[in-house]
Design a protein around this ligand. Sequence first.
Ligand code: CA2
Length: 155
Amino acid sequence: MTRTIFVLNGPNLNLLGEREPHIYGSTTLGDIRQMCLAKAESLGFEIDFRQTNFEGELVESIHQARKEACGIIINPAAYTFTSIALLDALKTFDPPKIELHISNVHAREEIYHKSLVSRIATAIMIGFGARGYELAIEAMAGMVGAGMVGAAKTA
Ligand code: CA2
């Protein structure tokens, strides 16, 4: 079985550390990538780390993950709340999938409260800042090790 975890990041997350540090902190996406690689290596996993500003590219990455990944950690950013295409793609991915948000979306404006992705996520990591990525990798390693399968695909 593959030991590669896909870590997918959606629109505008390439700006982390450059703008709005009071919400998202000062860690850059490059820093987060390095943290993910180090954490995964310590647990015997590999990371395929990606960011895109395009919805279709996220969908394509999920299709690729179906063949190559033992789990997906995804911060869909704004597509969390709008993308049925992303929801449908994630439904086709059987292994564990963790939805991740750096900020506590529930403490923010109402437009950030209704995630479409949460309906099919195996687990959710919200509000731990950049550290959430490391925590999600630890959790993913545990779930994969336990042979866990993701949440129902038909939700
Ligand atoms: O907290 C998160 O990780 C979010 O997924 C970030 C999204 C937001 O739409 C979600 O509600 C919560 C926004 C990402 C925008 O990233 C920026 C980074 C730096 C400066 C400006 C935007």
